[in-house]
Design a binder for this molecule. Structure first.
Ligand code: 8YV
Length: 319
């Protein structure tokens, strides 16, 4: 029997690529850049399965009559870069990699929260530039996190993992918004009616909802004005949830204290009006970037492909 032809759009950890090659006829992207639109179109026309990442935009225009691929095994939990409805119409199953990146992403959200609260970026830069003049009582004093309120927007797996860290690790109170009732969030926490209710009371707001659709610019100028002036915004979810221009204006006006961002509206482009500021911590989309997690994500993609080509339902089908 011929092995299914699989196109992987970026290089993966070696052990995952090796396992993939045992089962499938694999073509890897040997370049160090994402495929462009025509390369993606061709991939969909040539392979039985395409394995994309967040850096591949798979809009409706790519799901034409010539599509041969039967499954898109997305390397990641978020899939708003794929038009899943158009994929379905073209007969293409889309899968993702839930659960395996929960802890890594929550760890990174916590990292950003602590770096913002404790002015770690400013301190590190000062020291490296040789400008540190020694200890003094009022030097780079930040914000205590113990006893403060974390507001979680989107209380799914990652939101809950972040809330657990904040509550059990750092003694914070937890409030959250989710479009669905969450009966047992796994720690003492209050579900509030609206996003605005959470923003009004939180000292730190951490975003954990999906991007795209109705969440696009969920955090807009009006909502930023509804946050405490002393509050910090943390985003490890998707860049488009925050109106970046409105965020910059809110920081300029002192309407919020700062932000920790791992995701951006037009990755990898980050506006200079963000990179030049002291009151933001910026990371290059590192949420799931641990060796262990990236291997687990790849293995999860393979599990989905294996199920599909053996005629079973892929466990993580999203359409
Ligand atoms: C991934 C992510 O690294 O899983 C997600 O949704 O944002 C990241 O953690 C990325 O999606 C890789 O495709």
């Amino acid at each position: 029997m011929t092995r299914p032809k699989v196109i992987v759009t970026r290089r993966w950890p070696l052990e995952v690529e090796e396992r993939l090659a045992i089962q499938f006829d694999v073509r890897l992207n040997e370049t160090d850049r994402p495929y462009n639109r025509s390369e993606l179109r061709l991939a969909l026309q040539e392979a039985d399965a395409v394995l994309p990442t967040v850096s591949d935009r798979l809009g409706a225009e790519l799901f034409t009559d010539n599509v041969q691929a039967k499954i898109l095994g997305n390397f990641g939990v978020g899939y708003n870069h794929i038009d899943v409805a158009a994929a379905k119409t073209a007969g293409v199953v889309v899968t993702n990699t839930p659960a395996v990146l929960t802890d890594a992403t929550a760890d990174l959200a916590m990292t950003l929260l602590l770096m913002c609260a404790r002015r770690a970026r400013e301190g590190e830069r000062e020291l490296r530039s040789g400008k540190w003049t020694g200890w003094r009582p009022t030097h780079l004093c930040g914000t205590q996190v113990t006893g403060k309120t974390i507001g979680i927007i989107g209380m799914g797996r990652i939101g809950q993992a972040m809330a657990r860290r904040c509550h059990y690790g750092f003694g914070m109170d937890v409030v959250f918004y989710d479009s669905q009732p969450v009966a047992d969030p796994g720690m003492p926490a209050r579900q509030l009616e609206t996003v605005d209710d959470v923003l009004a009371v939180a000292d730190f707001v951490s975003l954990h909802c999906p991007g795209g659709g109705e969440n696009q610019h969920l955090i807009n100028s009006r909502r930023l004005s509804g946050m405490k002036k002393s509050a910090f915004l943390i985003n490890t979810a998707r860049g488009d949830i925050v109106d970046e221009r409105a965020l910059i204006n809110a920081l300029d006006d002192g309407r919020i204290a700062g932000a920790g961002l791992d995701v951006f509206e037009s990755e990898p482009v980050v506006p200079r009006s963000l990179t030049e500021r002291d009151d933001v911590v910026l990371l290059p989309h590192l949420g799931s970037a641990t060796n262990e997690t990236r291997v687990a994500m790849g293995m999860r993609v393979i599990d989905n492909l294996t199920a599909f080509f053996e005629g079973r339902s892929p466990p993580d089908a999203v359409n």
